[in-house]
Design a protein around this ligand. Structure first.
Ligand SMILES: Cc1cc2nc3c(=O)[nH]c(=O)nc-3n(C[C@H](O)[C@H](O)[C@H](O)COP(=O)(O)OP(=O)(O)OC[C@H]3O[C@@H](n4cnc5c(N)ncnc54)[C@H](O)[C@@H]3O)c2cc1C
Length: 474
């Protein structure tokens, strides 16, 4: 391999998804005009996972609550609209164009980050690989924002070859064939991808013979409660800050079953009453109704294999149960993307203070937007901001039920810590804040209540998080 193009830049950002673009947007506020930023990604274009996720994916939250910094969307849709991935990618491109009015952005797509070294003179050497060459960047600062390691899903492998095993990404091109075949469709997985897939296919044809195999079952926050429509938002619904504070106040590091019951009774809905898994997804009652009324069966078990036995083909479940399946049936792998990869947990800042890692596996709720950490970084406060990290990949393996409540508690704990360091203006400019859905008086009321209880809450949140770290050796 040849090393070419050693480039000197003011900033190098690895990862051009939501988090990397938020970092770029923050950089615009701190770097001088025409400062140079290398924007590196192994994908073909900016936008991160939205580039190649399944085509019918929609945002969980209304589109204005998913943005970069305080960038306004160019879309003229109803405020409840859930943007699709093409609209999200177009919005991201507009955001980058706006940044380019101020900074010189050097896009290095189809370049993979390999490693970096911090030199004595404070410069960071970043090594990248493209198809034919390796490339070195000399940067004054480095921001790594490689996300959750989300990649397109793979088909499930089975002993029998009498079924069609496909992924959600392959559905649009096979849609007519699936409908015309009139064969049963088994959606494997109970999370948001499974709901989206059932919803999408049932919208195309409500008579399709769809079966859901949902594992432990997933429950979702009810979008009608978290984002009440129209005038209801003036007095109905619960802000996210309030809902999360209630969960984190109840959670003590040991009682995830109790918090599950609390969330399910107040805020959640699910295709199965015994659903146990919660990945902080959102669903509306009308979406759920389409899925539950349209699906022929909902099986709460895990699919292990599909086997031929003489002339018969059978679904084999983890519980030991089996049932016959028609030859030619469709099996769709919707088993999920989040925290399943082996993205390495790492320190959120380097000793020398010129490298940060927006590591979603350590701070999944706080860092997934990538907004706050770059601000403390550019304000040179990173070393004095004691954020609490947890290896959530390990936690999810050890206790999946505890994961969402640990993530919420950690988000709130770290949010208190960040608020000690950042001016209110920076916090206010974070427009992906779900609470911005509500009128100002409700935002202010919730925020004031949260701040009044800061001392008591922070102590409790810290003790729960330390308990979890100790209990699961994280
Ligand atoms: C199906 C699905 C639906 C979702 N829907 C929502 C939603 O509705 N609302 C919401 O808030 N969140 C949603 N999420 C979560 C979503 O992933 C985050 O909101 C956000 O888009 C993640 O942004 P990111 O920048 O952290 O990660 P990514 O978008 O994954 O970006 C990280 C980038 O880093 C690049 N990268 C990784 N390693 C390297 C390397 N070594 N070298 C170079 N580049 C590298 C990757 O190619 C990628 O482009 C969803 C997730 C999934 C999987």
């Amino acid at each position: 391999m040849i090393v070419d193009n050693i480039e000197n830049v003011d900033l190098c950002i690895v990862g051009a998804g939501l988090a990397g673009l938020n970092a770029l947007y923050a950089a615009k506020q701190y770097l001088p005009k025409n400062a140079t930023v290398a924007l590196v990604d192994k994908r073909e274009s900016i936008g991160g996972m939205w580039n190649d996720t399944y085509d019918y994916v929609r945002l969980h939250q209304p589109y204005k609550q998913f943005t970069i910094g305080n960038m306004k969307w160019g879309l003229d849709r109803h405020e409840s609209y859930l943007a699709d991935r093409h609209e999200i990618l177009a919005h991201f491109k507009r955001c980058v164009s706006e940044v380019e009015q101020h900074l010189t952005v050097i896009p290095l797509m189809q370049h993979s980050y390999l490693s970096h070294d911090s030199q004595d003179d404070g410069i960071v050497q970043v090594r990248l690989a493209s198809k034919e060459t390796t490339r070195q960047i000399h940067a004054k600062k480095l921001i790594k924002s490689v996300g959750f390691g989300i990649e397109p899903s793979q088909v499930l492998a089975f002993s029998s070859d009498k079924v069609h095993s496909i992924t959600p990404e392959q559905i649009p091109q096979n849609q007519q064939h699936i409908i015309d075949s009139n064969k049963p469709i088994y959606i494997v997985g109970g999370g948001k991808t499974a709901m989206d897939t059932a919803h999408y296919l049932l919208q195309a044809n409500p008579q399709l013979p769809i079966h859901l195999i949902i594992g432990k079952g997933t429950y979702f926050l009810n979008r009608d409660i978290m984002f009440p429509p129209g005038l209801d938002k003036y007095w109905k619904g619960t802000t996210s800050l309030d809902m999360m504070t209630q969960c984190a106040t109840l959670f003590n590091g040991d009682n995830e079953a109790e918090v599950t019951q609390f969330v399910k009774s107040k805020y959640a809905l699910s295709p199965h009453k015994d659903a146990q898994q919660f990945l902080l997804g959102l669903l509306s009652q009308s979406e759920l109704d389409i899925v539950t009324q349209g699906c022929k069966t909902i099986v709460r078990d895990y699919l292990d294999d599909i086997k031929d036995n003489g002339d018969e083909t059978r679904l084999c479940f983890r519980s030991g149960e089996t049932q016959p399946i028609e030859s030619g049936a469709w099996i769709i792998n919707c088993t999920g993307y989040l925290l399943n990869s082996d993205v390495q947990s790492e320190q959120y800042h380097s000793q020398c203070g010129n490298v940060i890692s927006i590591n979603n596996s350590d701070n999944p709720l706080l860092f997934s937007s990538g907004y706050f950490l770059p601000h403390v970084f550019f304000q040179d406060k990173i070393k004095d901001t004691p954020l609490l990290s947890i290896d959530h990949v390990a936690l999810k393996k050890a206790n999946a039920e505890a994961f969402p409540f640990v993530a919420m508690t950690q988000l709130l704990y770290n949010f208190y810590t960040l608020m000690d360091k950042l001016p209110l203006k920076v916090i206010d400019q974070f427009h992906a804040n779900f609470d911005k859905w509500y009128p100002l008086h409700r935002q202010l009321f919730g925020f004031t209540k949260f701040m009044i209880n800061k001392k008591k809450n922070k102590k409790h949140f810290e003790s729960s998080l330390l308990r979890v770290k100790e209990k699961y050796n994280l």
